[in-house]
Design a protein around this ligand. Sequence first.
Ligand SMILES: Cc1cc2nc3c(=O)[nH]c(=O)nc-3n(C[C@H](O)[C@H](O)[C@H](O)COP(=O)(O)O)c2cc1C
Length: 204
Amino acid sequence: MKAMVVFYSMYGHVYAMAEAVAQGVREVEGAQAELLQVPELVPDNILEEAGATKAREAFAHIPVATPDDLTNAHALIFGTPTRFGNMCAQMRNFLDQTGALWAQGALVGKVGSVFVSTATQHGGQETTITSFHTTLLHHGMIVVGMPYSEARQMTLDEVSGGSPYGVTTIAGSDGSRTPSENELAMARFQGRHVALIAKKLFEA
Ligand SMILES: Cc1cc2nc3c(=O)[nH]c(=O)nc-3n(C[C@H](O)[C@H](O)[C@H](O)COP(=O)(O)O)c2cc1C
């Protein structure tokens, strides 16, 4: 069973969560995880002005995805930062290149799942995930979230992301907050959970 973690990250928060999701996948016996990032669309000078150039060096080694790569896995786990309560344009643009895959039904029956980073606690974590799910459903994917059996999403002892729709992290309005231990543990849970479901579906 193979899971692909496909993400976009500007400052590294989604990337850190993507590594944790992949780690969770690999905890399942026989499961492989591959990380891919979607192509950047923002010009270099704008990235520099936005203070993202340095942060992006940390994941420059992750290969860039092509739409056809999506056919090479049983499970697709997507990570995106929120942009105005929705997925980022880089991810949207990538998904908008999957029309041929849609026409062939190439992703029908694959397991799909989403995780997200926002700057603020209520800045659109849930809307970003649930609106992302719409695209997965158009592709005929089996959408998997993060059940409440992952009780870390119920913590009130500290500020934390996490929802039944999928794991989330909160970057802070200046991006200075990094994913907490609680959020990284939930990310591992979601990776493991998706892998276990895909394993049941594809190795039965
Ligand atoms: C154009 C733009 C729009 C954004 N919109 C939101 C938003 O609606 N809600 C929010 O909480 N954060 C918003 N953010 C902040 C990003 O979600 C945040 O920088 C991101 O989660 C950090 O993840 P990354 O380090 O992986 O890029 C926005 C950022 C940009 C550049």
